[in-house]
Unconditional design. Structure first.
Length: 459
């Protein structure tokens, strides 16, 4: 066991009894606990400071490289030249770290981002112990854990606690504007229904195992390549994509997964990873024993990080796909493709070589004439008031929506946005009624997709 303190101590004077504050001693309203941080997203929550969050954060984890990498990232944020943070990490690394966290209750919000094999249990038990929970995706990686998650939401409701997952992609500017334009019937028309073979909504996300985070090559924990611990790609990255389908196409509508969603088909396939590649991203000399079932000829790792789901949501056909490769082409990174098909126009986000690997939003009308251009420009004016500098440029199939760089915050900055949203919900008790049923709808879709893919003869 060890205790680590970083940076300068100070306290805030805000006290909110509804957050579980029982002492009269002045302190911040929100006290964070970090549980078993095995994913770099746990650190990104702390890349910024928040006025109502105590700078002292209690960390409970098993001793080892996962927690050390997490602490190293926090130290880097505390010591950076530009706008350094001042977190103070108090760390417990005994073998009973989870039980210790539940018993000590050193905070009122637990942040969970790590090994997904344990995550749903962590969420459920933390709520039973009285913690609010901010969890990284995915909160469930199979159908059995989905049922546990459903019970966890019931516990949160009964105990007046907040359970929320980190959906950073809602703050990506091209997604925000794609959603805004889809709500303009004079521009978009109405959302098509599509078919299983020609969905009205398509979202695809391409990721890479080798990547840079906060300026450094990311060291992946070896279990990240074990789908029994990380979860398959079909239940991991697709969480974001399914969330965006719901959030964009049916905004502020509470969904009932038992009647509003029909998963029609799903498939999964592996990414091959050599031992040399594995060594580069994990800093380990060999494959761990738990990866042996996934090895071909004892030298090539088969990581089932890819998957796609075709489903029907309130009558609209959608397809989501998650694809992983080892390393991006030079100058590229994770990419996103999104298409909403309307009766008057398609709204498409592309991020390929033609876009210099930067997300770009296009309006591609069914009838591209002077009358549509005037309608589009008129309809864009309220958006331009909210987002000054947004403009239109003619493209091959219609129009590109030009977006100033100032709105392109980047993936890492979006973690502060989500955390601020969570804190508002926590302090104001104003989380929209649709959030919980739609989180359940999302995880039903992904876990049902995996269940179906595993049953496929081509699995």
């Amino acid at each position: 066991m060890k205790t680590i303190r970083l940076a300068l101590p100070f306290i805030f004077l805000t006290t909110l009894s509804c957050l579980g504050q029982t002492t009269n001693k002045p302190s911040a309203a929100v006290r964070l606990v970090t549980l078993d941080p095995g994913h770099f997203h746990a650190a990104l929550v702390q890349k910024s400071m928040y006025p109502t969050v105590d700078p002292t954060v209690h960390v409970y984890a098993a001793a080892g490289p996962d927690v050390q990498l997490h602490l190293d990232r926090i130290t880097a944020y505390n010591t950076r030249a530009d706008n350094p943070t001042h977190w103070q990490e108090q760390v417990y690394t005994g073998p009973d770290f989870f039980q210790k966290m539940l018993a000590e209750k050193a905070g009122n919000v637990v942040v969970i981002a790590g090994n997904n094999q344990k995550k749903t249990e962590y969420i459920a038990e933390s709520l039973k112990a009285g913690f609010n929970v901010l969890a990284d995706k995915p909160m469930a990686i199979n159908s059995q854990e989905f049922r546990t998650l459903e019970s966890a939401f019931a516990t949160a409701r009964q105990r007046n606690l907040l359970l929320y997952d980190i959906m950073t992609e809602r703050f990506e500017i091209t997604t925000v504007l794609q959603k805004a334009l889809s709500q303009l019937p004079q521009v978009f028309g109405t959302l098509e229904k599509g078919t299983p073979d020609n969905p009205a909504v398509v979202k695809e996300s391409v990721h890479y195992f080798y990547k840079y985070v906060s300026g450094n090559v990311l060291t992946r924990p070896p279990w990240f390549m074990d789908v029994r611990q990380e979860g398959e790609g079909i239940v991991d990255v697709t969480t974001h994509l399914v969330d965006l389908v719901q959030w964009e196409c049916f905004p502020e509508k509470a969904l009932d997964y038992k009647k509003d969603i029909q998963v029609l088909s799903a498939k999964r396939w592996p990414t091959d990873m050599s031992l040399s590649q594995f060594k580069t991203i994990t800093q380990l000399p060999a494959f761990p024993a738990y990866l042996k079932p996934d090895l071909a000829n004892d030298s090539l790792l088969k990581v089932y990080s890819n998957g796609s789901i075709v489903y029907r949501l309130l009558g609209v056909h959608a397809k989501v796909s998650a694809i992983w490769a080892y390393k991006a082409p030079e100058g590229a990174g994770d990419t996103h493709y999104s298409m909403l098909r309307g009766t008057k126009a398609n709204l498409v986000v592309r991020q390929g070589a033609a876009q210099h690997y930067q997300t770009a939003l296009y309006v591609e009308p069914r009838t591209n004439n002077a009358a549509y251009e005037k309608t589009l420009r008129d309809a864009l004016q309220p958006i331009q008031v909210k987002y000054p500098g947004v403009a239109l440029k003619k493209s091959d199939k219609g129009w590109e929506v030009l977006i100033p760089d100032s709105y392109r915050e980047g993936h890492e900055s979006h973690f502060a946005r989500v955390t601020q949203q969570f804190l508002e919900y926590l302090q104001q008790r104003n989380m929209p009624q649709w959030e919980v049923p739609n989180m359940l709808a999302k995880y039903y879709t992904t876990t049902k997709g995996l269940e179906m893919a595993l049953q496929s003869p081509n699995k």
